[in-house]
Write a protein of this length. Structure first.
Length: 202
């Protein structure tokens, strides 16, 4: 009942409220991005994997230079820092770059809590998520993987965490994940930019 109906209603209501409250941050962030790079777009829109593997247009604040590879995950890049703008470094560290995904939640593409949406070329992670039963829930702004290691988790471990969440969706579990996300964001714990030199990661 919660997973099928109530969760989506609560997510959309909270996302709508958050969008109104956070509007000043949206305006300030957009202005900062344009001031640093007037020719670039404020938002970065990219196809990501959604519920049941269906692609959707994921919205983020642009944090990289306009010449950055468009269809690459940051962990794939040997020199990721060279593409990240000054404003981008700050909004990535504070997770402000993820806030436009509130619009995706209102549209029904995403949830507040769920597996993080990945780019379509990350076929190994998508395959592992299917194996662990994680494709049947909407992707989220935060999730069990985010509070369990974030960028430092190997893809199999990440898929396992996503599958564990998908099998135990409940209001209490969502609330726990949200509450644990707050200190993670404030401390920037688990954030890693660029290629990770660990064979178990891949």
């Amino acid at each position: 009942m919660y997973e099928r109906y109530i969760k989506n209603i609560i997510d959309r209501l909270l996302a709508s409220l958050a969008l109104i409250i956070l509007l000043p941050i949206f305006i300030i962030t957009g202005l900062a991005i344009k001031i640093e790079d007037p020719k670039g777009q404020v938002f970065f829109i990219q196809d990501r994997q959604g519920i049941f593997g269906k692609p959707f247009r994921c919205i983020k604040f642009r944090s990289m230079a306009t010449n950055a590879p468009k269809e690459a995950a940051s962990w794939e890049l040997d020199n990721a820092d060279s593409y990240i703008t000054h404003v981008g470094a700050f909004i990535r560290k504070t997770s402000i770059d993820e806030l436009p995904q509130l619009i995706n939640i209102i549209k029904g593409d995403m949830a507040i809590v769920g597996p993080r949406p990945v780019i379509l070329k990350e076929e190994k992670l998508i395959s592992l998520r299917k194996e662990y039963g994680a494709l049947g829930v909407r992707p989220g702004i935060t999730g069990l993987s985010q509070i369990s290691g974030r960028d430092t988790l190997g893809i199999r471990k990440k898929a396992q965490m996503d599958g564990l969440y998908a099998k135990n969706v409940s209001f209490i579990n969502d609330l726990k994940i949200i509450l644990k996300t707050i200190p993670q964001v404030l401390s920037s714990e688990g954030i890693s930019e660029g290629r990770i030199e660990d064979e178990d990661f891949y």
